[in-house]
Design a protein around this ligand. Sequence first.
Ligand SMILES: [Zn+2]
Length: 133
Amino acid sequence: MTDLFVTSCAHCGTTFTARRSDARYCSPRCRVAALRERRQPAQRRRQPLPEQFTHQTIALDRHAALLEKDAATLLRLIQDDRLTANRSNISATNGSDIQRAIHTLTTQADTLRTVNNALNPPQPSPDTTRQQP
Ligand SMILES: [Zn+2]
């Protein structure tokens, strides 16, 4: 004996006849589609979060500033000859390492600023557009 159950598809809403009382979908296609939606709810709902977005770009900008400060500090130490004060302890290799570190820091800072500007294009400063009385 085969009972038939009339029910509606949990995915598309179509009314269909099922052989099982617990059937939920009208077709394998709807079953798969519903499963896919259950698996990826976060991706479907993901939307830009302006506040968080702003915080991230500010963090990038600060990080770039810190990197530049590190690079500037290294550069100043070299210019002040403080790093080379104990020349017997600093080999030429160390010197080029420091130069490389400065280059890396400034390059990273540039990259961060580029990313930051791409995410959050700089606005013209109000001071430059304000009319003088
Ligand atoms: Zn369906």
